[in-house]
Ligand binder design. Structure first.
Ligand SMILES: Cc1cc2nc3c(=O)[nH]c(=O)nc-3n(C[C@H](O)[C@H](O)[C@H](O)COP(=O)(O)O)c2cc1C
Ligand SMILES: [Fe+2]
Ligand SMILES: [Fe+2]
Length: 401
């Protein structure tokens, strides 16, 4: 409900919505703080909408557009990214404004035809094209694979606002305001790591390409499709987080993830964590793979440069919950981790062999391994402490270089 549309700049309105009901984004990622689907309306000689919202919110969305536009019809809708969370209100929009032109690149137009059966009313743009809408000029920057092939960003040259699609986005609803200066920002920083790791994670090099492409733009505001509108000193913080994550450059710290049925592998994880602390690093995060959600584990894996994984041997292979996590890590092609492995078994251990092979496949630096037959021995306890300390040393060397 928004009977008084937010203006983020003179004549530029926020017409997005908050989703506090969806349990899992992409049916996988928990949304403890909800998510916003952001859409913006520029009211100039032309009325221009940038992206839409998820279909379930179409009515609220259309009402807000009408309020912001003062009853004028929408002339253009720019689809920066065709994914359903931003385009599934398109059919409702066309029913309301039959003359509307859909602005997109050739890939986007193909996807819109394929998903919605819409075959006319398109206005195709090429990379670098501009669109004059009155006082304002818009320019399109193609940023493929951030995180879909058709993604582009729309730069409002006149107001220096970058409509960045999913880039620089985060989970978390916009509670009472949409501008960063008016919001309590605490929750969004962690939500940005969760969003990046889970949604964008694999496409670091595409994000880096986008940074290069945008490097000459003067940007005073970033208006992405999820989360707050960023301004002022937050701009460099947000871009810094995306830059660091897309270079797969973790902060100093170690994530210890383990699976454990009866507590023996857990005891090993505790020893590694203690070793890390004794090695002089305070950023240690311990995750029980069966308790922490993989979305949260992945966020921490992207955040920190050190990763230690431990698992019991299970039916001659990896503990299945750990195997599932490895799959999620591999899907995202996480690079440059400083890695350690440990495992426990009763009769024939396979964990170290499997985790070493995984490290090799990922191209990670394997710092050390510890494998325990049955209950944890004093000798292996020391070895695990040493593994933690070696992780610290390797991570510190990495940051020095
Ligand atoms: C269902 C199941 C399958 C197992 N498969 C193997 C195995 O193939 N080889 C082995 O050496 N130990 C196997 N184990 C034993 C565990 O790896 C061993 O007890 C380990 O120390 C358990 O660690 P935890 O206390 O952290 O759960 C299996 C245990 C269970 C419950
Ligand atoms: Fe997306
Ligand atoms: Fe999105």
């Amino acid at each position: 409900m928004n009977f008084n549309p937010y203006q983020i700049a003179d004549g530029v309105f926020y017409v997005g919505v908050n989703d506090r009901q969806k349990a899992l984004f992409e049916n996988m990622i928990p949304l403890p703080n909800g998510v916003s689907y952001n859409s913006y309306l520029i009211v100039d000689e032309k009325v221009v909408l940038i992206d839409t919202v998820e279909a379930g919110y179409s009515e609220q969305f259309l009402r807000q557009i009408k309020e912001a536009a003062g009853g004028r019809p929408v002339d253009y809708v720019i689809i920066d990214h065709m994914e359903s969370d931003h385009s599934s209100s398109l059919s409702a929009l066309i029913r309301e404004f039959p003359e509307i032109r859909i602005v997109g690149n050739s890939k986007t137009i193909g996807m819109i035809e394929g998903y919605y059966g819409i075959t006319e009313g398109f206005y195709e743009v090429a990379d670098g094209d501009t669109l004059a809408i009155g006082k304002r000029l818009l320019q399109f920057y193609f940023t493929p694979m951030v995180h879909w092939p058709e993604v582009m960003m729309t730069y409002n040259v006149t107001d220096k606002i970058l409509f960045s699609a999913d880039a620089f986005g985060c989970f978390g609803t916009l509670d009472g305001a949409v501008m960063d200066v008016q919001l309590l920002l605490d929750k969004y920083w962690n939500e940005m790591y969760r969003y990046y790791a889970n949604i964008i994670g694999k496409y670091g090099s595409a994000v880096q390409q986008a940074f290069k492409k945008l490097s000459n733009l003067s940007i005073e505001m970033i208006a992405s499709t999820h989360g707050p509108v960023w301004t002022g000193e937050r701009l460099s913080k947000v871009m810094g987080i995306y830059d660091q994550l897309s270079r797969y450059e973790g902060q100093e710290g170690v994530v210890v993830v383990y699976g454990s049925m009866y507590g023996h592998t857990e005891a090993m994880a505790e020893a590694v964590a203690r070793g890390v602390i004794e090695g002089g690093m305070t950023n240690v995060v311990l995750h029980d793979v069966s308790k922490s959600h993989p979305a949260d584990i992945l966020a921490d894996i992207f955040k920190y440069s050190g990763l230690v994984i431990g698992a019991p041997t299970y039916c001659n292979g990896l503990y299945p919950e750990i195997a599932a996590l490895l799959d999620k890590i591999a899907v995202r092609s996480v690079k440059n981790r400083v890695f350690g492995a440990f495992g426990s078994f009763t009769w024939a251990g396979t964990t170290i062999k499997n985790l070493s092979a995984f490290a090799e496949k990922m191209g990670w630096n394997l710092v050390g391994t510890v494998e325990q037959k049955q209950a944890l021995s004093a000798e292996n306890y020391k070895a695990l402490l040493e593994l933690g300390k070696s992780m610290c040393l390797s991570i510190k060397q990495l940051t020095k270089n």
